[in-house]
Ligand binder design. Structure first.
Ligand code: SF4
Ligand code: SF4
Length: 72
């Protein structure tokens, strides 16, 4: 199975949680202790080893926060 690596441009995040909702691996979560400069809680990866590189998170994000690199 391919492995993915997510890179977040945290300052663009508006906390809509679409990425969290659509990740099939359920490894994205909102970090309630970290705010970006706009005042939104940023998204983190709970278990990076489980990322399959599907890029659903990046596709769903309306603010182009997420880039996914895929190892084949
Ligand atoms: S690339 Fe897929 S598995 Fe990895 S964090 Fe994004 S939605 Fe989840
Ligand atoms: S979909 Fe994008 S803007 Fe929405 S919470 Fe996820 S990273 Fe932030």
């Amino acid at each position: 199975m391919p492995k993915g690596k997510t890179i977040f441009d945290y300052e663009r995040c508006k906390g809509c949680l679409l990425c969290v909702e659509f990740c099939p691996q359920k490894i994205l979560y909102q970090d309630k202790t970290t705010l970006n400069r706009a005042g939104y809680n940023i998204i983190k990866v709970s278990d990076p080893d489980k990322c399959i590189g599907c890029a659903f998170c990046a596709i769903m994000c309306p603010d182009s926060v997420i880039t996914v690199e895929v190892d084949k």
